[in-house]
Ligand binder design. Structure first.
Ligand code: G3I
Length: 375
């Protein structure tokens, strides 16, 4: 998308900018979770146990703004089972203890993913027989879910299963050890195992690149919908879809109508929805942080208005809470060449509320209550 198109879009969106300049941020004594609760929803963030331990300002901000948390990396198998059968859930335990102490919900991310696995796992998969291969996957599902049963309410059971750029006609991800070892039915087995292990948990299929009006995202949406048709047709117990929500507005357009249609298709399956990793890559935006913040807030408001207009959308989680710790500032595609921090999260590096905070609060305030669509 050409920058001027985006700016035209942003200018139009700025007309509905969340709040007049200088209002709301300082006056609202409510956190974003309270704004979410007005329509029966939740707001949260991905966290690391080290930050909760060592950064008291960050810890206080999470307690103020969130009523749900998720582990940014500490419940991934590469961290929790570094050696086969040798578990280390210490980081995740601290995050879950924090959630329990603050009366928060918690998400589990992620049980089965093609990435962040321990080095011993893929060789073990390759050398194992059929049943043993399945057990190498289901044993971890069983271990993790039993440990947190009743304290983690929802799990990303399978994360990032599609990748049309890898050339399969069905758009499935080929660089997945699970797909190579077990074929697509690894997903069926994962969800059935998860359901049997903790029947109270909400089971999510999650993916990224579903948000923008671009050929890339259109291919990903198509692949995910086709996969859901097959899985639900086979009776796979999927309760919800997690749309990660990593936006890149300076590289790809956003169409409210297109995204609303996609969400309607998903909720039409009877699935719950969440935005599970919301943030906005601002690289490529105006050099002025103030101008960039306005544009980022406008695109966020447009995206969240559409998201929250769907009654199946139950929660919005950001991937981090403060620019001080965003993965965007270190990721090659998104980090600023001059080393400045990405400004894609609701709080700045000093835990101050930004225009993006206002936009999220305003979107929640305008959202029709869950169970009722807007006119
Ligand atoms: O904290 C340890 C440190 O003690 C150790 O010395 C170092 C050695 O490698 O690793 C550090 O852990 C790193 C961790 O981030 C904390 O910074 C891991 O190596 C690193 O792999 C991990 O990266 C995470 C990445 O997923 C892979 O798990 C990022 O924080 C996290 O933001 C990113 O999140 C993903 C979602 O899971 C899925 N959707 C995309 C999203 C962004 O890539």
């Amino acid at each position: 998308m050409k920058r001027r198109d985006f700016l035209a879009g942003a200018a139009a969106l700025a007309a509905c900018s969340p709040l007049p300049p200088g209002v709301a941020r300082s006056v609202s004594r409510y956190g974003l979770a309270q704004h979410a609760r007005r329509s029966g929803r939740h707001f949260g963030a991905a966290v690391k146990s080290r930050l909760l331990r060592e950064d008291t300002a960050f810890r206080a901000a999470v307690a103020r703004e969130c009523d749900v948390v998720v582990q940014e990396y500490e419940l991934k198998r590469g961290t929790t089972e570094p050696k086969q059968g040798k578990y280390d859930f210490s980081g995740a335990d601290q995050i879950i203890d924090f959630a329990q102490d603050h009366g928060m919900r918690a998400r589990g991310h992620a049980l089965v993913w093609y990435a962040a696995n321990p080095p011993w796992l893929e060789p073990a998969l390759k050398s194992a027989s059929g049943r043993e291969r399945q057990r190498l996957m289901t044993s971890y599902i069983d271990m993790a879910m039993r440990r947190y049963a009743g304290r983690i309410n929802e799990w990303d059971v399978v994360n990032e299963a599609v990748e049309p750029n890898q050339g399969r006609a069905d758009g499935m991800r080929m660089d997945s050890m699970w797909m190579k070892a077990l074929g697509e039915h690894y997903i069926d087995t994962a969800f059935h195992t998860a359901r049997e292990t903790d029947g109270r948990a909400t089971l999510f299929l999650t993916d990224f690149g579903l948000e923008h009006d671009s050929p890339r995202c259109e291919r990903r949406r198509t692949a995910l919908l086709k996969l859901l048709d097959r899985l639900l047709g086979r009776g796979v117990p999927i309760d919800a879809v997690g749309i990660q929500g990593h936006l890149k507005p300076y590289k790809e357009r956003f169409s409210e109508r297109q995204f609303a249609n996609f969400l309607r298709t998903l909720s039409g399956y009877g699935l719950k929805l969440s935005i599970t990793e919301f943030d906005i890559a601002d690289r490529g935006g105006p050099p002025s942080p103030e101008k960039r913040d306005r544009e980022v807030a406008s695109i966020a408001k447009a995206f969240l208005d559409v998201s929250l207009d769907n009654p199946a959308m139950g929660s919005i989680l950001c991937w981090g809470l403060s620019d001080r710790y965003s993965w965007l500032s270190n990721f090659p595609e998104y980090k600023w060449p001059d080393g400045q921090l990405s400004r894609g999260l609701p709080l700045d590096a000093r835990m101050g509320r930004k225009r993006l905070w206002d936009a999220i609060a305003a979107a929640f305030d305008a959202a029709p209550a869950v169970g009722r669509r807007s006119a």
